[in-house]
Design a protein around this ligand. Structure first.
Ligand code: NAD
Length: 367
């Protein structure tokens, strides 16, 4: 998934772990190997100042181990700031399992992975990410309590994707308010790239509000399934980044805003669910700002999922989950205003607030 960010030849030139491109003072990186089940996983714990490192497990057929390591480093760092800006008492962590989730995932492999999670005694708490289901988290739960995102009938908060989509929708509306002066998305031209769990739920909110939605996915099956349920257009061109649109909603891969796409983008707003949308957050954030494209920081607006799983740890109800998720609207607007006022990018404005919260807690903890 990270091949578009930095190519693996360059990754290999760097020091193996602490010198990696995406290493950012991560506290702990755990390499897990089990010959019997074929498990090869990496758990990244970026920061635990605010609480245990919580973040999903991604199973992906990485081209090589460097890509897997780079991905877990980037994703776990993102989780630190996501929880911090959302006001949750959680640190940032993430895990990747190397392999094809369709052909190589077995209950034995998931249980073995759960045992590795358990060995960290709660410093890392897992959940689902790409390539994982609530059923997989139920399997992990058989061997460790340090897992969230388990099925509702097993006492969990269930699939986080609809809540994530609702948060993205809230962030998108706030960005619209900032950019267009109104948060009503009726008749806005929105391109949703990736209509999986989150993308489809986002499409539903957009269609309900009367937006003109175009969907794009590498899976023809998904395109047809979503088209059969909602009044949307399937994208038929060959370069989505060059299309005229009001809002671009990346809901598939990270790093789609990169050197190859950023000058083509005609959108007035970027707001989507994918993690790490900016290939290089400072440089690409700045270019978007200069081009007048409002970027709703990904780690801020896609926090609905973590708000949902956090309910399992803090024991709050659905109403509170929705209230916290709805608040993404206010936070996004505050961040965009703050960025404008201080002439910085929205990404940096959001990071500054997240980092400040961590530093304050660090000072309190050391007293
Ligand atoms: P998913 O696997 O259900 O859906 C991803 C979709 O993207 C699939 O339909 C896939 O076919 C499509 N896709 C892959 N490559 C594509 C490409 N190049 N162009 C167009 N479509 C492509 O995943 P999801 O759970 O919907 O998550 C989507 C994104 O949001 C991921 O980046 C994930 O990390 C992020 N995210 C998800 C959650 C959550 O609650 N599920 C929370 C936070 C962030």
């Amino acid at each position: 998934m990270t091949s578009e960010i930095i190519n693996s030849k360059d990754l290999k030139k760097m020091d193996p772990v602490f010198g990696q491109h995406s290493f950012d003072d991560h506290e702990q990186i755990v390499f897990c190997n089990d010959k019997d089940t074929g498990l090869k996983a990496i758990i990244g714990i970026h920061n635990t100042v605010l609480g245990p490192a919580l973040g999903g497990t991604r199973m992906w057929n990485y081209a090589n181990e460097w890509e897997a390591l780079n991905d877990v480093l980037r994703l776990s760092r993102g989780m630190t700031f996501k929880s911090a800006i959302t006001g949750l008492n959680l640190g940032g962590g993430k895990a990747v399992i190397i392999g094809d989730s369709k052909t190589q995932k077995t209950p034995e492999l998931m249980r073995r992975f759960g045992e590795f999670v358990h060995s960290l005694s709660g410093r890392y708490i897992t959940a689902e990410d790409v390539g994982m289901t609530t059923g997989d988290m139920d399997t992990v739960r058989e061997v460790t309590p340090y897992v969230t995102g388990i099925s509702e009938n097993k006492g969990g908060a269930g699939n986080p994707s609809p809540i994530t989509a609702y948060g993205v929708f809230m962030g998108m509306k706030a960005a619209a308010k900032f950019q267009f002066g109104s948060d009503i998305l009726e008749d806005k031209n929105v391109f949703v790239q990736g209509i999986g769990n989150v993308g489809e739920a986002l499409v539903e909110h957009l269609v309900d509000e009367g937006a003109k939605v175009t969907i794009d996915d590498i899976s023809q099956e998904r395109l047809e399934a979503v088209k059969s349920k909602y009044d949307v257009t399937i994208y038929s061109g060959n370069d989505i980044y060059s299309e005229n649109m009001d809002i671009y909603a990346p809901c598939a891969l990270g790093a789609t805003v990169n050197d190859n796409t950023i000058y083509k983008l005609n959108a007035k707003i970027i707001a989507g669910a994918a993690n790490n949308q900016l290939a290089e957050e400072n440089r690409h954030g700045k270019i978007l700002q200069e081009r007048g494209i409002v970027y709703a920081p990904d780690f801020l607006i896609n926090a609905g999922g973590i708000i949902n799983v956090y309910a399992e740890l803090e024991d709050y109800d659905r109403q509170e989950i929705m209230r916290k998720t709805e608040n993404i609207y206010n936070t996004t607007l505050e961040i965009l205003d703050n960025a404008k006022l201080n002439d910085i990018t929205a990404h940096i404005a959001a990071l500054n607030i997240a980092k400040e919260r961590i530093e304050t807690r660090k000072r309190e903890n050391s007293k």
